[in-house]
Design a protein around this ligand. Sequence first.
Ligand SMILES: Cc1cc2nc3c(=O)[nH]c(=O)nc-3n(C[C@H](O)[C@H](O)[C@H](O)COP(=O)(O)OP(=O)(O)OC[C@H]3O[C@@H](n4cnc5c(N)ncnc54)[C@H](O)[C@@H]3O)c2cc1C
Length: 369
Amino acid sequence: MYDLIIIGGGPAGASAGRAAGMAGLKTLLIEKAEFPRYKPCGGGLSEHAKSFLDFSIPKNIQERNISGIRIFYKGKVVENEKKKIFSTLVTRSMFDEFLMKKAEETGIEIKMSEKVIDFNEHDNFVTIQSNKSKYKSKYVIIAEGAGGAQDIKIPLENYGYMKLKEEYDIEFYDMSQDSHSTVNLLDINIHPMPIQTSNLMLDPNNYIISAAVMKTHGLAVVTLGLKNIVLAAPMNFGQGKNERGKLHTEPMMEDPRYFNYNHFMMSQYAFPDLTVIDGFVGMEGKGPLFGDPIEVGVAIASTDTIAADRIGTDVMGHDFNNVGHLVHCANTKMGVGDINKINLLGDKVVNCRKNFKRVENWEKIIKWN
Ligand SMILES: Cc1cc2nc3c(=O)[nH]c(=O)nc-3n(C[C@H](O)[C@H](O)[C@H](O)COP(=O)(O)OP(=O)(O)OC[C@H]3O[C@@H](n4cnc5c(N)ncnc54)[C@H](O)[C@@H]3O)c2cc1C
């Protein structure tokens, strides 16, 4: 049995391997590629990153030192030059191979061209299954990089969702593996913009439940039940090929009318049958990714998603009329947006309201009309 198995031999895995080897741990590093391998990367190595290395980088791997920066944006150029070096450029294929050698020289075992495909946790050890063999280790470090987690089973296991599968007899489905059809939205020139969309989401026979979190959003003002589904429908093929990106291009983001109209258009194809909004802890400020938690303590559920989102928007202390895609849906009778026509069960909105801090670009994104 190993003390430690490391999956992946990029900079993270190789550095962990060297540290483990120097600490005298019986270590195995498994890397699926044969080195040197190509790695898409700018190769900019900051001085801070270099400060973690206990050895110097050979001259033949250093391509050049960077002491200045030049940014081109919309015909403008911004330049700044410092007296000191703040980054060194390396070619990743050479750099990663060098780091691997530095790990190997500490005496750890390395297996190249071997891919880890599964693992199982036991009380005092972990079993690792690769495409070639099975191993046992006390500890495991997963250093597979951003493109590694192609198999949804691993995160589902890690977060304990697989237990739900046994308890409730449900299936998990990786939507990036789904078949897809074209939905045409609107591009910046008012031409059809084909979006490859999950057939699972498009099938009217499927009952879709949106389990959304209450958050502010830097393009949509707020994100609730509808947006949660509308942007889950475009295919994410992995490796940076995400159809959703077509709705977030720079010219589109300059004009909120496109964003809101396209969300409304996609709602015609992929629409939740039931919305459940988790507002126990929401996100305010720089949502939907970098905001702050805000305790609200509410849950909102409705088979009318627009009504649920209307109540959610009110609870957040935002004006429903600022949320263009929801107003489009309400105006075209896809749901009820008029607060006076919603039969609200439970506490009154005024008793639950928490005024969520707005996103910084709020004034720009409410101009959707
Ligand atoms: C276009 C681009 C430009 C970038 N530019 C910069 C930059 O200039 N400066 C900077 O600091 N960062 C940059 N980055 C980020 C940088 O590339 C990553 O932060 C870095 O590679 C992460 O290192 P890692 O060891 O975690 O993962 P990786 O370098 O991705 O290494 C992971 C390794 O794990 C292996 N692996 C994956 N799955 C398995 C498996 N199942 N079994 C066995 N092995 C497996 C892979 O083959 C790979 O070798 C850039 C990234 C991109 C995409």
